[in-house]
Ligand binder design. Structure first.
Ligand SMILES: [Zn+2]
Length: 381
């Protein structure tokens, strides 16, 4: 285990005081790095007592730094500073303070889960099979969205002394793009997957370019969903069985994975930093195919490892994995459970361990983190 880090929101570090919070993370917890949110989705955070004076923090999505405007000229999408930021640039001050406290800086970038962007730039929103746009998810097929993300990683790489950039929500939505009334919303696995897929103009064009009849595909998927709403009690086939019957749908799934792989390849070229990808329990639905992505990144974060099946991690070497942990109940039972999980990850050869997250973790959990990191390091030597 080469690095132990904790995710942090800039507002939590600032409100506690940069020197107090970073001294605690470096000195008391014994961590090597902080991972700071550089862009984030909508947030509603209940905070721990050590962050005074407000117990909650709510904000809409946006970038958490002042963007270098000239870098975004290749896209019609403009970076939207999150409302809490106002005209300040705490990321620059956090970077300086991290250096004083000997903490390496990582930047976490939420890519497509960006309601504020799709509301301002509806042409870049994902669109479901019925033609209804998501109010939340930007489409990773959209050329403007792809160039916007590339400009973001370039801006962060050029202007902040981070060693690592983490990409989160960089693929397609894992959830339905539109929530219809629950009584008319089919809820089997196959329908849930189909209703999360994007059929925006860019996705349809990519499908046509790949030799897929996009109109027939859309008609076929609509029929499958509507049939299910009209006979919800009917036996449903598994998703794998459905794919076996539908070669065009299977081809579309491959296309989605290739779309994400080419996006990550571009982002890595533009980010002149170590690039780490967030894995997800819903990876297949999101178009995340590790075998296509592994050569375009420096490693993977799994959160938390216990909920990600071994099958989903096939193809990811342990030495390229970073294991992340929630550190309070119910996700983590108690201190000994965290010590044991971190030790296991370290012994298995994980590259780094991370903890979610400063400001929300109860004070007692910070002590669990300290013990877990200390024990894993002691046992490693
Ligand atoms: Zn799309």
């Amino acid at each position: 285990m080469k690095e132990a880090f904790i995710w942090c929101y800039p507002w939590d570090l600032e409100e506690e005081g940069l020197d107090s919070s970073l001294a605690r993370i470096s000195g008391e917890l014994g961590l090597d790095a902080i991972s700071v949110a550089a862009t984030h989705g909508d947030i509603a955070e209940l905070r721990s007592r050590y962050i005074a004076p407000n117990h909650s923090f709510v904000t809409t999505s946006g970038v958490a730094f002042q963007p270098d405007a000239g870098r975004y000229s290749g896209s019609r999408i403009r970076p939207h500073a999150a409302p809490w930021l106002k005209s300040r640039n705490p990321l620059a001050r956090i970077a300086e303070a991290a250096e004083r406290h000997r903490l390496a800086l990582r930047l976490n970038m939420v890519c497509n889960d960006m309601p504020a962007i799709v509301q301002r730039h509806p042409h870049a929103a994902c669109v479901n099979v019925f033609g209804n746009a998501s109010g939340r998810w930007m489409c990773p097929s959209n050329p403007d969205a792809r160039e916007f993300l590339a400009a973001l990683v370039e801006d962060l790489s050029a202007n902040y002394p981070a060693r690592t950039i983490e990409l989160e929500a960089f693929a397609f939505s894992p959830r339905r793009l539109v929530d219809y009334h629950a009584s008319r919303q089919p809820d089997d696995d196959t329908a849930r997957a189909l209703m999360s897929w994007c059929f925006c103009a860019a996705c349809r064009q990519r499908a046509r370019d790949a030799g897929i009849d996009a109109d027939a595909l859309v008609a076929n998927i609509r029929e499958r969903i509507i049939r299910q709403t009209e006979a919800p009690a009917a036996p449903t086939t598994s998703f794998d069985a459905y794919l076996a019957e539908q070669p065009q749908v299977a081809a579309f799934i491959r296309l989605r994975a290739e779309t994400i792989a080419s996006l990550v390849e571009t982002l890595r070229t533009r980010a002149r930093k170590r690039l780490i990808l967030h894995h997800s329990p819903m990876a297949q639905r999101e178009g995340i195919e590790p075998s296509l992505l592994d050569s375009h990144c420096d490693g993977w974060i799994t959160t938390p490892p216990s909920t990600v099946s071994r099958a989903q991690l096939t193809g990811i070497d342990m030495g390229r994995r970073e294991a992340a942990f929630f550190c309070w109940p119910p996700m983590c039972k108690d201190g000994p459970a965290l010590v044991s999980a971190v030790h296991e990850a370290s012994q298995a050869g994980c590259l780094a361990v991370g903890f979610a997250h400063y400001g929300a973790a109860p004070l007692a959990s910070l002590e669990w983190i300290r013990q877990a990191v200390r024990y894993a390091r002691r046992e490693a030597y």
